[in-house]
Write a protein that binds this ligand. Structure first.
Ligand code: NAP
Ligand code: F7E
Length: 323
């Protein structure tokens, strides 16, 4: 039986990936840090909270990472843990860097010294491109120009992942994933913030929503599709980096349009207020990724389109709130 270690098991992607790996008969270990009121709600939502072996550790604590790697000796390590909210990264740039950048380095180094045959996946991001190729489509060859402390921390981790592959012949891959969402997306991200409030407005539990820049465009896909790409990358003979995206881009306004209409509310502009607190000091205007390399080499393609994704999220929030 193959052993997989997932960091970030309690997050959105960790839960979907764990479900996928359990379905493939992996023994799944999840790294969890010590926090008060631990919440396994994403794993409970997918019905797998009892099927995972949890192991304590924190990305900021090198000793705990060494212990985890030495004890489990996983075949595959999916490193998804991060301070993943771009907005917070301007308020907490140091903790973001300590977790995302230095934390990734600590984990890579623990693997190098204690179990170098493990395959390593790093959760890189389209945020690394910034506004490069503005008005164009981003590919694996697009120059990076990160525009937030989050993006910079991820770019450091991206290059460390490449460097450990090139320097120590370790199997290290970067998945450069564009935005992906689901019914268990964190509520601070714009997609889930919208679908949660749309459901609340529909049920008479909220009156309006405060948002920032409605003209931003993102290439939004479904998390369930994207974790499959992570697994496929790890099954390749040669480690390589891949963009994972749908190739389509939509604005926050498009998202609002579909979400409100799906709930039977015609004009979203009656419910949306612009609040400068939700605007970013440096914005990424348009992200749109070309995933041709993954489609050709990994035989991967997204199954859920934008409209289906928004409707799935609204339906899930309506169902949850009605309960
Ligand atoms: P998420 O829901 O925010 O989950 C983040 C996870 O990281 C949580 O399990 C969290 O644990 C854990 N974590 C944070 N700090 C930690 C620490 N110091 N030690 C150990 N664990 C820690 O993120 P996601 O959306 O699933 O994304 C997964 C990864 O992909 C992240 O690295 C993200 O940056 C990257 N990414 C995401 C997207 C996207 O659109 N979703 C796109 C590109 C890249 P707690 O429960 O303890 O907080
Ligand atoms: O913002 C705009 C905001 O926070 C999307 C993370 O998973 O994907 C995610 O990062 C857009 C931005 O995601 C609000 O300005 C408007 O232009 O949902 P978001 P993100 O910043 O794109 C990447 C790929 C990651 O790697 C990250 O980990 O929506 N926007 N009004 C708003 N955003 C939020 N959060 N809240 C608003 O009220």
């Amino acid at each position: 039986m193959k052993k997989a270690l997932i960091t970030g098991i309690t997050g959105q992607d960790g839960a979907y990936l764990a479900k996928l790996l359990l379905g493939k008969e992996y023994k799944v270990y999840g790294l969890v840090r010590r926090i008060v009121n631990r919440d396994f709600s994403n794993l409970v939502y997918l019905g797998i909270e009892k099927d995972i072996e949890y192991i304590d550790g924190d990305l900021t604590d090198e000793a705990s990472l060494i212990h985890v790697v030495k004890t489990i000796r996983p075949d595959e390590i999916y490193h998804l843990a991060a301070q993943s909210f771009v907005g917070t990264s301007w308020d907490q740039p140091i903790v973001t860097s300590e977790i995302n950048a230095i934390g990734t380095l600590k984990l890579l180094d623990a693997i190098k010294h204690h179990h170098p045959s493990a395959k390593f996946y790093h959760a890189a991001t389209s945020e690394m491109f910034g506004n490069s190729n503005f008005d164009g489509i981003q590919t694996e060859d697009t120059p990076f120009h990160p525009r937030s402390p989050y993006a910079i921390s991820k770019l450091f981790a991206y290059w460390m992942t490449v460097n450990y592959k090139e320097s120590f012949s370790m199997f290290c891959v970067n998945g450069i994933l564009f935005n992906h969402e689901s019914p268990i997306r964190g509520k601070e991200f714009v997609s889930r913030k919208i679908t949660d409030v749309v459901a609340r407005i529909k049920l008479g539990l909220a009156k309006d929503i405060k948002l920032g820049n409605l003209d931003s465009k993102r290439d939004w896909g479904f998390a369930g599709d994207y974790v499959e790409a992570m697994w496929l990358m790890m099954q390749e003979k040669e480690a390589d980096d891949y963009i994972i995206s749908t190739g389509q881009t939509h604005s926050v306004k498009d998202f609002l349009d579909i979400a409100f209409k799906h709930a039977g509310i015609d004009d979203w502009s009656n419910y949306v207020n612009i609040d400068p607190r939700f605007k970013r000091p440096a914005e990424l205007f348009t992200l749109q990724g070309k995933s041709d390399k993954a489609q050709k080499k990994l035989n991967w393609k997204p199954k859920v389109n934008f409209e289906e994704l928004v409707k799935m999220m609204v339906d899930a929030d309506l169902k949850r709130l009605k309960k």
